[in-house]
Design a protein around this ligand. Structure first.
Ligand SMILES: Nc1ncnc2c1ncn2[C@@H]1O[C@H](COP(=O)(O)OP(=O)(O)OP(=O)(O)O)[C@@H](O)[C@H]1O
Length: 374
């Protein structure tokens, strides 16, 4: 077992991350009205992973995803930290260099394929425009068209019909699948999907999940997706980052998120709130309270006001992310077996010191009485 550490760098230890996010903070507005939608986030995604960003509405998932492509809408801006993509710091790229990277190497599919298409041009015409703009990918546009046809078949659509269609002739599910095919057209290394199943009916949700799994397997593309739905995470993701009030509260493999005994109470509550096969036979328990206003955050752990495990320290000191074998959890209570909590006056995310950890401690523990009742 490795020694627990406090929020070590985001790499998973191999140094081969496709995208490496270090201490990223993103704020909207300035001065007293500023809200920090993403706060000091450090995580890495390895090539070939399907990585889920999870949390309730307003937790900062989309803002984090947009930061990766440098498309945070104004007045939002990256105010701290760095993002490295394939070894290059994207925060130091010029607008032109970033534009080139975006589209060719990393692409995004927006929720409900929102604004993905020009309504007055056929899909085929729009694909032609993309191919003409990227001769570095396909010297012969016919090659690009053939690959697009192949992608349409992978997303279970008829190439000829889609080529001639206008956006208005596509159902929501079809539009989403065409948007996925277009996002893959230039053979990017990374595709980011914002809520890929949210706007769809149950049948189309199932289809899109199966298609994404298939595309991942067939093309080996790395996928990062944003969702509020842990049932989708369980089906699709290999690793997961759970966000709350702009912070990471837990990251780990899907297995750890769903089964580890050392688990953030927020994650526990999210799982208990899933009305799905994961929770079949169990009573669904909605999470009480609501996500805090980012402009008026409570001190200490931001989840403390809604947490049944909360103790005095939780209301006073922000808990550090504690890493044990790449499973990171930010909770004073569940980390008690792996850390000696520093005195309140000294502890904070920035002053927390790895030497304060009890080196011989086990990562997991039996749930205590309070956890068992959550
Ligand atoms: N365009 C914007 N202008 C001002 N503030 C914004 C803007 N977009 C996001 N925010 C702020 O950032 C917070 C996080 O928003 P974000 O969309 O990243 O959350 P989310 O977890 O993806 O939620 P959702 O699932 O509802 O999109 C919001 O609650 C809001 O305070």
């Amino acid at each position: 077992m490795s020694t627990p550490t406090i929020d070590k760098p985001g790499t998973t230890g191999t140094g081969t991350a496709l995208i490496d996010i270090q201490n990223l903070s993103v704020a909207f507005g300035t001065g007293a009205k500023a809200v920090t939608a993403v706060h000091d986030v450090t995580l890495a995604v390895e090539p070939g992973e399907i990585y889920a960003l999870v949390g309730e509405s307003g937790c900062g998932k989309s803002t984090l995803a947009y930061s990766l492509l440098d498309i945070v809408p104004p007045p939002g801006e990256i105010v701290g930290g760095d993002i490295t993509f394939q070894g290059t710091s994207t925060t130091s790229l010029t607008k032109q260099q970033m534009n080139k990277l975006r589209g060719a190497e990393m692409t995004m599919v927006f929720q409900g394929a929102m604004n993905a298409f020009n309504p007055v041009l056929t899909i085929g015409k729009q694909v032609q425009h993309i191919l003409q703009a990227h001769p570095e990918v396909y010297k012969d546009p016919k090659e690009g068209r053939a690959y697009f046809n192949h992608l349409l078949e992978l997303v279970q659509l008829s190439p000829d019909r889609i080529w001639r269609a206008y956006e208005s002739q596509l159902s929501g599910g079809m539009k989403q699948r065409v948007a996925i095919a277009v996002a893959l057209l230039l053979k990017p290394s990374l595709v980011v999907l914002d809520e890929p199943t949210t706007a769809l009916d149950v049948l189309n949700q199932r289809l899109v999940i199966d298609i994404l799994k298939d595309l991942h397997q067939t093309l080996g593309v790395t996928i990062i997706f944003v969702t509020h739905d842990l049932a989708v995470v369980a089906e699709l993701a290999t690793r997961v980052a759970v966000m709350y009030a702009g912070r990471l509260v837990e990251t780990g493999t899907v297995q750890e998120i769903f089964t580890a005994k050392r688990r953030h109470p927020y994650v526990e509550a999210l799982i208990n709130a899933i009305p799905s096969v994961l929770n079949s036979g169990l009573k669904v328990k909605p999470i009480g309270g609501s996500v805090p206003n980012l402009a008026a955050l409570p001190p200490g752990c931001k989840f403390a006001p809604r947490c049944r495990l909360a103790e005095d320290i939780c209301r006073e000191v922000e808990p550090p992310l504690i890493d044990v074998n790449n499973h990171r959890v930010a909770c004073h209570v569940v980390n008690r077996d792996v850390t000696e909590v520093s005195p309140i006056s000294e502890a904070s995310e920035t002053t927390a010191d790895a030497t304060s950890l009890r080196k011989s401690a086990a990562p997991d523990h039996e749930p205590n009485e309070k956890e068992a009742t959550l």
